[in-house]
Design a binder for this molecule. Structure first.
Ligand SMILES: CC(C)(COP(=O)(O)OP(=O)(O)OC[C@H]1O[C@@H](n2cnc3c(N)ncnc32)[C@H](O)[C@@H]1OP(=O)(O)O)[C@@H](O)C(=O)NCCC(=O)NCCS
Length: 207
């Protein structure tokens, strides 16, 4: 079910993971179309343009969304992403760059779920509306899943608002199982998806 580019990403992962582990490079991984790498502070305006939008921010938290207000906040956010990368290189919040245009489409992330005693890890994505509908979120997420499983994770969750159809469609494209509605980790009800390392491995072709 998984397409050709998934294999490409997964097969390319070993080298990329090594790069990150040794601090030897700033590209986390790349495919033919996208490069996943840390956000840069000179992209603060783009991050602001994404996170100041109600139609993006409303899906990213429980409760009332806090819209990003200005460039200084965006710079501080990017610095925070960078700090958490040096504290824990296994998880991260990264930019998705479209190689053909140089446009930064948005963010893909792998982070610990909040309010979790068991240390569960969630994958997430949020793109600028001008970059929806090209498959960039799913393509970046496949690479992040491959990296996470290559790194030893047993399972990876995705937690969406119950009404977030586009994000749930990404989960399904990735082969994640719909575990239904949960009231866990975030305030109120969420739709929870999960993929295990076994399921990820089984979805990849042999040979
Ligand atoms: C959730 C979100 C990332 C989904 O973005 P998306 O672009 O729909 O998702 P994908 O990257 O999987 O792209 C799939 C679409 O690209 C299309 N597409 C076009 N060219 C493609 C290609 N070469 N390869 C794959 N898909 C392609 C697919 O047909 C599909 O379109 P469809 O939904 O009309 O069928 C986006 O809606 C978003 O950022 N929303 C706001 C933030 C948010 O909700 N985040 C999630 C919080 S849980």
């Amino acid at each position: 079910m998984l397409s050709h580019d998934v294999r490409g990403v997964a097969d390319a992962m070993t080298e990329s993971v090594q790069d990150v582990a040794t601090g030897g490079g700033h590209v986390v991984f790349e495919t033919d179309r996208i490069r996943v790498r840390p956000w840069r502070t000179d992209e603060a305006d783009r991050l602001l343009d994404i996170l100041s939008r109600y139609d993006v921010a409303k899906w990213l938290c429980d409760g009332e969304p806090e819209l990003m207000k200005d460039r200084a906040e965006a710079v501080a956010r990017i610095e925070r992403y960078e700090n958490r990368r040096t504290e824990d290189p296994h998880t991260g919040i990264w930019a998705i760059e479209v190689k053909q245009t140089g446009v930064t489409a948005g963010t893909v992330l792998l982070v610990p779920l909040p309010n979790s005693d068991a240390g569960e890890i969630e994958i997430g994505w949020h793109l600028h509306p001008d970059s929806h509908g090209f498959g960039f979120a799913s393509e970046a997420a496949r690479g992040v899943l491959a990296r996470g499983f290559a790194d030893g994770l047993a399972e990876i969750f995705a937690v969406t608002h119950t009404t977030n159809g586009p994000s749930q469609a990404v989960c399904r494209r990735l082969g994640m199982s719909d575990l239904g509605v949960v009231e866990k980790w975030y305030e109120g009800e969420s739709q929870c998806f999960r993929i295990t390392r076994g399921e990820w491995g089984a979805s990849r072709p042999v040979g």
